[in-house]
Design a protein around this ligand. Structure first.
Ligand code: ITT
Length: 196
């Protein structure tokens, strides 16, 4: 069985990924590993921020670990909020304020297409030292005019994935996972680990 520390403080991410894990993996969230720190995400790309989170935890634990950084990329806003998704409306990391800012910025615009993009960084103890791998998952969709649903987190109430007629916040975790960026990236991570 592969044991991996998941470098995150976001319990929603943990819940979504736990529901995808088979019995051949054990995922230990950072907090359960006894690490109670908030790792800064200062970089301009999802990849660099994902690496920053993973390497911080790897340096503390010296154990195999992964992290993920996710952004909502809205075409009419030139890819914003993107890497700034958590703090789009300010340092408070307020989901509602972030959603309000997106809806205001899109107010008079016709093109509401968008995508969620997740980049996973895996740090793996190989025979010749630490190895670094990246996996990416994209979910295309569009931004609704209003909020719908109470489930999920972040921008879920305003994101409708392609092929669905309801928002992520109107879906169970299992249903969101049939569409989601996170599921696509995590599936690649698990396929890679099973091949090792
Ligand atoms: P960690 O860095 O501790 O993993 P975080 O919440 O800071 O957790 P990110 O920087 O990756 O995570 O995420 C940026 C923001 O993007 C996050 O706070 C949410 O507002 C939003 N987000 C990420 N994944 C999402 C999803 O599946 N559905 C809706 N919003 C999401």
């Amino acid at each position: 069985m592969h044991t991996l520390i998941f470098a995150t403080n976001n319990q929603n991410k943990v819940n979504e990924i736990q529901s995808l894990v088979g019995s051949d993996f054990k995922i230990i969230p950072q907090k359960e590993a006894g690490i109670d720190i908030d790792i800064p995400e200062p970089h301009d790309t999802l990849q660099e921020n994902a690496y920053e989170k993973a390497i911080t935890i790897f340096n503390i634990t010296n154990q195999n670990c992964f992290s993920e950084d996710t952004g909502l990329e809205i075409n009419a806003l030139n890819g914003e909020p993107g890497v700034k998704s958590a703090r789009y409306a300010g340092e408070g990391r307020d989901f509602q304020a972030n959603i309000d800012k997106v809806l205001i910025n899109l107010d008079s615009l016709e093109n509401r297409t968008a995508q969620f993009r997740t980049v996973i960084c895996l740090l793996w103890k190989g025979t010749n030292g630490m190895e670094t791998y990246y996996f990416e998952g994209i979910c295309k969709g569009h931004i609704s005019n209003e909020m719908h649903g109470e489930k999920g987190f972040g921008y879920d109430p305003i994101f409708i994935p392609e092929g669905a007629s309801k928002s992520f916040a109107e879906m169970s975790i299992e249903e969101k996972n049939t569409f989601s960026h996170r599921q696509k990236a995590v599936t690649q991570l698990f396929e890679f680990l099973r091949s090792r």
